[in-house]
Ligand binder design. Sequence first.
Ligand code: ATP
Ligand code: FE
Length: 341
Amino acid sequence: SIILGIESSCDDTSAAVIKGNRILSNIAASQTIHNEYGGVVPELASRAHQQNIIPVIHQSLTKANIQQNEISAIGFTRGPGLLGSLLVGTSFAKSLAMSLDVPLIEVNHLQAHILAHFIEDANPVPPKFPFLCLTVSGGHTMIVLVEDYFDMKIIGKTIDDAAGEAFDKIGKLFGLDYPAGPIVDKLAKTGDPNVFTFSKPKMDGYDYSFSGVKTSVLYFIQKELKKNPEFISENLNDLCASVQKTITETLMLKLEKAAAEYQISEVAIAGGVSANSGLREAMLTNKEKLGWNIYIPKFEYTTDNAAMIAMVAQLKYERGEFSDLSVSASARYDLEESFTK
Ligand code: ATP
Ligand code: FE
């Protein structure tokens, strides 16, 4: 069946059309207005979604070359995310489902980041259950044990900042625009990761903590800037490479521990930070070193996109899991909460 997916949880308005597990179109309007503010401004995001949503959906249908009456269901992001942003997608999805008289399907954004791996062209082959999925994004960092499409357990998570948030906040200390993650990645490519050493958080079990890394970078650069006001610009690439190394090594350490203790060698990464080249390299190293079967999603399915929403909606459609028109957006919506029904 053909399903339209709508994503509006943060600052990207996106719409995608899926047929089976093949993406026919995946359109996104990114909001650049937040760059100068150093972060997403909720009111501006909501307004931009309102402006973008109709053209984005229109483009996605046109690109997919389908008519409205060919759509079998509408999938939308119910949460988690910014309430004002989610509301735009939710209301639009509801009215469209009503007017086309097709089922409405709510999707958990985090489940979608993970199940993006089942989009036909996300990987050469999809992961096999059970697999571990390091889910790393702007708002979340967790190791998820994925037993099935609708059976997932969080075995470790961050107690403070998310990995993407750490990249963004540390990049901001270096004077980089929001979101700094991709810029740090790019600058790190020509930097030496061994020039600076930042202490890695020591956490029990599979949990993470990233606020300490940010603080240690802050104190370090404050100290150096007193000696040399040009310290950051003269060392930017090495700083970025060193920070990237610290974050990715921290992420991989717990993932390796989980893989060993759960005796699972099917290992995936998902979410915006899974676009990071340092993290991707570390996964490739473990494929060689530890014999992992690794799953790294195609670039366009890492950061927020509606293709992943359409993918989950398709799986729910097959199971007949539809939403009531009274469903509301949920700013807080845990991954595990979405499996309770
Ligand atoms: P969540 O999914 O937790 O609700 P989100 O939807 O805002 O949060 P994503 O769109 O999945 O997050 O990811 C965005 C984050 O990924 C940002 O923090 C961004 O800096 C980071 N990111 C994107 N590309 C890279 C990269 N190449 N290297 C490091 N970080 C990156
Ligand atoms: Fe996301």
